[in-house]
Each structure stands twice: as structure tokens, then as C-alpha cells.
Design a protein. Structure first.
Ligand code: 5RP
Length: 225
């Protein structure tokens, strides 16, 4: 419950970055969902925004709330993107993808002039790596990429659904959750993972976030790197 209140506080603060006429990127996950709901309320009372969502789930939610959706053909840049995170480390280094949407989330964040992270305080860490790094891979390449990730020292688990099948992303790929404790050099690791053939994207978001709105039940801190 405390986390829920904190998430709502962060989501509400993110609204203060949204101005009439803006193009807005919508994240995925429980905190991003709260933001989308709050944004929907503002749209209902007259705010005009165009949005690009980072998952089918967020797209459906936004549509149900009457939020206008667009795409990168009509709207190549976003003024702001708002999304949650699984870990927030110093320098606003992030792990994302716990909700399986890391690929579109990274695309949306990369197109935004400001990328605003909304999170409760439990997501703040000194070093990335407590949360497994999600890696999105082409299905056919999965065994090869699993071996390469294991060679880097990771314990690699293909993500599964609650029914036991492989989790399939919105883009039709698998996710490998990779755990190896604190990450000494996230940039070097990101480069190594990126270089593996068959990897589509990874959940290390480095040098992307502009500001993190970190909340607990009764206070919110704005972090800028
Ligand atoms: C989804 C994500 C989410 O932003 C991340 O998992 C945080 O989710 P929540 O706000 O539910 O804690 O990266 O792919």
C-alpha cells in the first residue's frame, strides 16, 4: 500500500511537466499506468496532447481514456516521456523491462527531449544489478544468446508466463532475465550484450533519463543525475 501511495505521488508530479500541445511518450508498468490514468483525467478536462505508447497494454489503456495516440511518422520527436523503472542508480542509470516492454520503452525514451522516471523509493539502489537485467532476443537465437550471456557470468533464465510458456514480447521476441549481482561497469556490459547477434535490446538505460521523481508515502525527491 505504501508503495502504491508513493507511485501515485510520483505519477502526479510528472503531470507538472506536461503542457498543452505536447507530444508525450507513455511508459509501461504500474507506475506508468497511474500516470496514464492521471493524464487521462487531465485530457477529459480539456488538455490537448498526442501520445505514443511503449506497449500494447498502455496503448489500450490510453485509448480507453480518450487520449489521442500518434506514431513516429506523424510525430518524430516527443517533448516528454514518462516511465517507471526497476532500479534507479546514481547518474540516473536504470534497469527497465520488468514488465517486458523494454524495447518499445527504449525507443520511446530515446525520442523524448525529456525522459522522466517515476518510481517509489524501493527502486533506488547504489549499484545496478540486484534486479536481473532483461534482454530481449530473437526466438531462434535464444540458445545461442543464452550461452553467450552465461559466458559473461550471468545466471540466465528465460522469462515465462504464469501458465509456464515462454513470455512473448509485443514484438514477438523472448526475454532472458540475467542475474550476476552488482554490475561494476554498466556501460561496458551494455556494449557487450548489444554486440551479441540475436539480441534485440537490453534493459540497461544509461544516460537517457533527464530526471527521476522518487517518492515515498509523504515526500517526493527530484533527482537529476
Ligand atoms: C516495464 C518496465 C517498468 O517501467 C518497470 O518494470 C517498473 O514497473 P512498476 O512501475 O510496475 O514498478 O520497465 O517493462
Amino acid at each position: 500500500m505504501a508503495h502504491e501511495i508513493a507511485k501515485l505521488l510520483a505519477a502526479r508530479r510528472a503531470l507538472s511537466f506536461i503542457e498543452d500541445g505536447m507530444a508525450v511518450g507513455l511508459g509501461t508498468g504500474s507506475t506508468a499506468t497511474l500516470f496514464i490514468r492521471e493524464l487521462g483525467e487531465r485530457v477529459r478536462t480539456g488538455l490537448h496532447v498526442r501520445c505514443i505508447a511503449s506497449s500494447k497494454a498502455s496503448e489500450e489503456l490510453a485509448t480507453s481514456l480518450g487520449i489521442t495516440l500518434t506514431n513516429f511518422e506523424e510525430c518524430p520527436y516527443l517533448d516528454v516521456a514518462v516511465d517507471g523503472a526497476d532500479e534507479v542508480a546514481p547518474g540516473l542509470a536504470l534497469i527497465k523491462g520488468g514488465g517486458g516492454a523494454l524495447l518499445r520503452e527504449k525507443i520511446v525514451a530515446s525520442a523524448a527531449k525529456k525522459f522522466i522516471v517515476v518510481a517509489d523509493k524501493s527502486k533506488v539502489v547504489d549499484h545496478l544489478g540486484g534486479f536481473p537485467v532483461p534482454v530481449e532476443v530473437i526466438q531462434m537465437a535464444c540458445p545461442l544468446v543464452m550461452r553467450s550471456l552465461s559466458d559473461l557470468g550471468f545466471e540466465v533464465l528465460p522469462r515465462r508466463t504464469s501458465a509456464g510458456g515462454y513470455y512473448i514480447t509485443d514484438e514477438g521476441n523472448f526475454i532472458l532475465d540475467c542475474k550476476n549481482g552488482p554490475i561494476a561497469d554498466p556501460r561496458m556490459l551494455a556494449d557487450k550484450i548489444r554486440a551479441m547477434v540475436g539480441v534485440v535490446e537490453h534493459g540497461l538505460f544509461l544516460g537517457m533519463a533527464t530526471v527521476a521523481l522518487i517518492a515515498d508515502e509523504d515526500q517526493l525527491v527530484e533527482r537529476t543525475s
